[in-house]
Design a protein around this ligand. Structure first.
Ligand SMILES: [Zn+2]
Length: 237
């Protein structure tokens, strides 16, 4: 499968829109964990569901491949990415660097309206945390990622924002694969402590809290390599 876009799909604005719509739809499904890591994304099936040509489907899938959410395998097609433990660590290492910068950019500089937006966000997170069921949990995980994205947006740097968009999306995949506990990946008490420090302009404290928070999310993952045990060891005999 070629990674180069056919000229016709890239230059036709209508096809470009369709490809973008497919990308958006699949991306939501991956981030919301409706599509599990490793799921095959058949071009023919996606094409039939969206009623578009395979060229358009391929273009949408390639956009997701650029973001690391989809992996294209030669002669096999496209799959929802299945990040390795090393990739998972790299994602969180990148988040520590980038989110430190985001916190430094917004600490003490949030407008009243931005503070209200973030508080409303935390209220929503708390509400979702109290609900039960798979749907509620999906919504909660999405919402906790959105807190980080909203801060990134408020930092006013479109490039950082784009990086964060990708990193948060890839984090959801990693959490889907390696998450240990049944509770939220974020926890809104951490978020509210971060927000409090940001409001007061306590940059160092906000940075420490954010780094600690990301450490915490990472620590909740089980990234140990799977040990190859003998049958006797595996059965504790
Ligand atoms: Zn968080």
């Amino acid at each position: 499968m070629s990674l180069h876009l056919p000229v016709s799909s890239a230059s036709d604005p209508h096809q470009e829109d369709r490809a973008q719509a497919i990308r958006d739809c699949l991306r939501d499904a991956i981030i919301d964990r409706r599509l599990a890591p490793g799921t095959k994304l058949s071009e023919a099936e996606v094409g039939a569901l969206f009623d578009v040509s395979r060229t358009v489907v391929r273009h949408g899938l390639q956009m997701l491949a650029f973001e690391g959410l989809v992996t294209m395998e030669r002669n096999k097609g496209a799959f929802v990415s299945n990040p390795t433990p090393d990739e998972a660590r790299q994602i969180f290492a990148s988040r520590r660097l980038i989110e430190k910068g985001i916190v430094a950019a917004v600490a003490g500089r949030l407008t009243q309206m931005q503070i209200e937006t973030l508080h409303a966000h935390l209220d929503e997170e708390a509400r979702l945390q109290n609900l039960r069921g798979t749907e509620a949990r999906r919504a909660e995980i999405k919402s906790s990622g959105d807190f980080h994205l909203t801060l990134a947006k408020m930092a006013g740097n479109a490039i950082l924002e784009k990086f964060m968009d990708e990193l948060v999306a890839r984090s959801s995949l990693v959490i889907a694969l390696y998450g240990r506990t049944g509770i939220s990946s974020c926890g809104c008490s951490d978020h509210s402590a971060i927000l409090k420090a940001l409001e007061k302009g306590e940059t160092d404290r906000a940075t420490d809290l954010m780094i600690h928070h990301i450490d915490h999310i990472e620590a909740d993952l089980d990234l140990r390599p799977v040990e190859s045990l003998s049958l006797r060891q595996a059965l504790n005999l």
